[in-house]
Design a protein around this ligand. Structure first.
Ligand code: G3H
Ligand code: 13P
Ligand code: ZN
Length: 307
């Protein structure tokens, strides 16, 4: 089955009170692990590629990996650009066959974010491609940009932004952040703000970035086998499940996959010091990706059996 648009996926998720997982991919083993999980759970999938991942793997490799991944399955799968930094990159991936793009102008002054988002929307919609945009700012690390402060999304501005840009879905800031260090104190999300946005923008799928849960067993595994990620903490799974039952239709997960892979590789290396064939450690790492994605589908997203 060819790549699909997220349109139907989100409409069903919105009505059904669940969300679709958007998993970041960088290489073959990650693509394979995610696809195996989606098949095992019969769950719709979004595979997303950041500008950094595109640079690392190469757009052609990614497209060909996706073609191979889709060859023997009817699973609905979206290929999405994560945090598109400019019009040119959005255009390149649209021309290359991506079915969804995010243009991220959240760091720009408001009117400029509107102007740039509109430009991407115009190009994408003429080619049947979905556009996610972002309003508000998440704390944490994005590419090489680090922001210490959250700027929570203003609901009235969100309405104005979506109306004026024509974007299809909106990423908002309600307390999540990118990376492995999300909360110092008690983890909380601003559900009142989410409800207000949903009330002003009925039917518009909301996106949560920075939504890894940083499972402590993988933090411990990393630290036990020579890693150094002390105090890493994510968004509790029950908070994300609650968001998924509301207007949040897309939940972005990268850090948890990185953590599961790296912890597993560290453990394998420590326990098997004589191994040097990459297949020896990438096989359990790929299984760890699959298990992590299945865990997300079941505990967080609620989209098992929804393909
Ligand atoms: O939000 C950012 C994603 O985790 C992608 O990270 O830019 O290091 O590929 P990256
Ligand atoms: P995490 O760092 O929480 O996995 O967030 C990933 C993300 O938002 C990708 O866009
Ligand atoms: Zn993000």
């Amino acid at each position: 089955m060819p790549l699909v648009s997220p349109k139907d996926m989100f409409a069903k998720a919105y009505a059904g009170g669940y969300a679709i997982g958007a998993f970041n991919v960088n290489n073959m083993e990650i693509v394979q692990g995610i696809m195996e999980a989606g098949k095992a759970e019969n769950a719709p999938l979004i595979l997303q590629v950041s500008a950094g991942a595109r640079k690392y793997a190469g757009q052609n490799y990614i497209i060909k990996l996706m073609e191979a991944a889709l060859q023997d399955t009817d699973l609905p799968v979206v290929l999405h650009l994560d945090h598109g930094p400019n019009f040119e990159l959005c255009k390149d991936v649209i021309d290359g066959g991506f079915t969804s793009v995010m243009y991220d102008g959240s760091h720009l002054p408001y009117e400029e974010n509107i102007e740039q988002t509109k430009r991407v929307v115009e190009y994408a919609h003429a080619r049947g491609v979905w556009v996610e945009a972002e309003l508000g700012r998440l704390a944490g690390v994005e590419e090489d940009v680090k922001s210490d402060e959250h700027i929570y999304t203003d609901p009235d501005q969100a309405k104005d932004f979506v109306t004026r840009t024509g974007c299809d879905s909106l990423a908002i800031a309600i307390g999540t952040s990118h990376g492995a260090y999300k909360f110092k104190g008690e983890p909380k999300l601003d559900f009142d703000r989410l409800d207000k946005v949903a009330q002003l923008l009925p039917g518009v799928p909301i996106v949560l970035h920075g939504a890894s849960s940083v499972p402590q067993e993988f933090v411990e595994m990393c630290n036990t086998y020579g890693g150094h990620v002390p105090g890493a903490r994510g968004v509790p799974e029950d908070l994300l499940r609650r968001a998924a039952s509301k207007a949040v239709c897309k939940i972005n997960i990268d850090t948890d996959i990185r953590l599961a892979m790296t912890a597993t590789i560290r453990k394998h290396m420590a326990e098997n010091p004589a191994d040097f064939d990459p297949r020896q450690y990438l096989t359990p790492a790929r299984t760890a990706v699959k298990e992590m994605v299945q865990r997300k589908i079941k505990n967080v997203l609620g989209c098992s059996g929804k393909a």
